[in-house]
Write a protein of this length. Structure first.
Length: 212
């Protein structure tokens, strides 16, 4: 059978299979632009309370019913979190400076929340389904600078939309998606970590103003 469209990704819809999310640890252009170059040595410690393995993943139907599918998405969060934040510190701080700052960064929690905006009845008639996928992280930060201690905890949220179309070809059901769902999740994780760095930068600016 010929391909119906060239821009849709066709995949067998198997909801129970485990998906390994590809890793991205790229500092975004926005992060590089908004983060200041500091003549300070960052003596940093980075830790993830989220282990290498499965991520929290909740599907929320339009009627509000939630399904927890924590065995579905596999990702090496400690590696991704450590690599991206280390890249930030190595790029924006001066390791040769005599002015030193102790920094602790801990990823306390992370989850995906998949909010369905199309009801099951609508989807059964049209085969079309729309959803908003949200990545949410909680990051704790501790800064020791000039013998003063500063602590904060950030809630970071990024989201994106997707639309899928289900169809029956022969005796099997397939799903086409405007966005590659796996790549979308990978990008959302990376965007969420970058947004956390920007929030850290805002907090750091207040620390620097207070310490003057």
């Amino acid at each position: 059978m010929k391909t119906i469209t060239t821009f849709l990704i066709i995949a067998i819809a198997v909801s129970s299979c485990t998906v390994t999310i590809p890793m991205q640890t790229n500092l975004s252009d926005q992060t590089m632009l908004l983060a200041e170059n500091r003549n300070i040595k960052a003596d940093y410690v980075i830790h993830s309370d989220i282990e290498n393995g499965f991520l929290k993943y909740t599907t929320i139907q339009k009627n509000g019913v939630e399904y927890h599918r924590d065995e579905l998405l596999k990702f090496d969060m400690p590696k991704a979190f450590t690599e991206l934040w280390s890249s930030y510190f190595d790029s924006k701080f001066n390791s040769y400076s005599n002015d030193k700052m102790d920094i602790e960064i801990i990823l306390k929690d992370f989850e995906f929340r998949d909010q369905q905006t199309t009801s099951i009845i609508e989807s059964s008639f049209t085969g079309n389904s729309k959803n908003s996928l949200e990545a949410k992280a909680i990051v704790y930060v501790k800064i020791i600078y000039l013998n003063n201690i500063y602590e904060n905890e950030f809630i970071i949220v990024t989201s994106d939309y997707n639309e899928t179309q289900s169809m029956k070809i022969g005796g099997s059901y397939y799903t086409s998606s405007h966005t590659n769902p796996t790549q979308q999740k990978s990008q959302l994780i990376n965007d969420c970590m970058n947004k956390g760095i920007i929030q850290f930068e805002n907090f750091l600016r207040s620390v620097m103003m207070t310490s003057k």
